[in-house]
Design a protein around this ligand. Structure first.
Ligand code: FAD
Length: 276
């Protein structure tokens, strides 16, 4: 896509949607990049009774209402996992699977990333470990691979890998508790709860990507992105909102922070345009 969006927002939870609505009300273009919206932890809430206007809604109802509001506002929604954000000097590039999008500003609203990398995951990243079926799947045709599926779209990704000819050993969220990836110069095996599976690749599908691996150099504290009151991060033009910035983990707080991040991103884009 050649369009340069005013805001690229990562995450379609309450914070991301609020940032997108704010941007659209200010006449800005907004692209939301998100894994399945049902990956938001809010979908697990049986009742949400502390968000104004939605008496006794389920979390899923709230998420569906938020996402359709964002789309009705004219924000574009792309389904996929943002894997990297690159500062290209005035414009940011966001890689989503094998696609690439450009934005004048970025709002990180991916929620909490609870998972620590598995032993061996960082070591073998790019040498057998992958987070993207469409980018790397063809490299493993006719090869035995493991898929650790922790996100809502993981079964679909595994089906795609099978379809292109990979021999897939699938691990859903309940199948094993402990994993370790081993090998020499490349991945040679996955150990799951003590049992060794000889594989040449390990695809891991989580709903989120840790902020530090999304944008190297991003200032974090205890896994949360450090922001000021304008939701600015240490990268000019990159803002963050919602659970990703820390407690309180609440919808109302996420919506409020998303609004501030959206306003700050719009101001940033306007000031940059004046400099030209
Ligand atoms: C069981 C449960 C019950 C809860 N009940 C309540 C309640 O009653 N009231 C209340 O106020 N709060 C409740 N919460 C908390 C609430 O769900 C969160 O505070 C809120 O969802 C945070 O919103 P967010 O937009 O920051 O992030 P999220 O809602 O987590 O949304 C982030 C989205 O971004 C996606 N994403 C992450 N990384 C990427 C990436 N790299 N690329 C693309 N997409 C990505 C995620 O998959 C997710 O869909 C509850 C939480 C849980 C788990």
């Amino acid at each position: 896509m050649d369009e340069i969006f005013d805001l690229i927002i990562i995450g379609s939870g309450p914070a991301g949607v609020s940032a997108a609505l704010t941007a659209r009300h200010r006449g800005k273009t907004a692209l939301i990049v998100t894994t399945a919206p049902e990956d938001s932890p809010l979908c697990k809430a049986e009742h949400v009774d502390n968000y104004p206007g939605f008496h006794n809604a389920t979390g899923r109802e709230l998420v569906d209402a938020f996402v359709s509001h964002a789309e009705a506002s004219g924000a574009k929604l792309v389904r996929g996992r943002a894997l990297a954000v690159a500062d290209m000097g005035g414009v940011f590039g966001v890689s989503v699977g094998s696609d690439f999008f450009q934005g004048r500003s970025v709002v990180l609203a991916g929620g909490l990333t609870r998972a620590k990398p598995y032993p061996g995951e960082d070591t073998f990243l790019g040498r057998g470990v992958s987070y993207c079926a469409t980018c790397d799947g063809m490299l493993y045709r006719k090869k035995r691979i493991a898929v650790i599926g922790l996100s809502a779209d993981a079964p679909e990704e595994a089906a795609f890998l099978r379809q292109i000819g990979c021999e897939v050993e699938y691990f859903d969220a309940g199948r094993a508790k402990k994993y370790e990836i081993s090998g020499g110069s490349r991945v040679e095996s996955l150990t799951a709860d003590g049992q060794v599976y000889p594989v040449e690749g390990v695809f891991i599908f989580r709903s989120g990507v840790s902020p530090a691996s999304l944008l190297p150099g991003l200032e974090t504290d205890g896994g949360h992105i450090v922001v000021n009151r304008d939701m600015e991060t240490n990268f000019p033009g990159v803002f963050a909102a919602g659970d990703v910035t820390g407690a309180p983990y609440q919808v109302a707080a996420a919506v409020g922070e998303g609004n501030i991040a959206g306003l700050s991103a719009c101001k940033y884009v306007e000031n940059k345009a004046k400099e030209k």
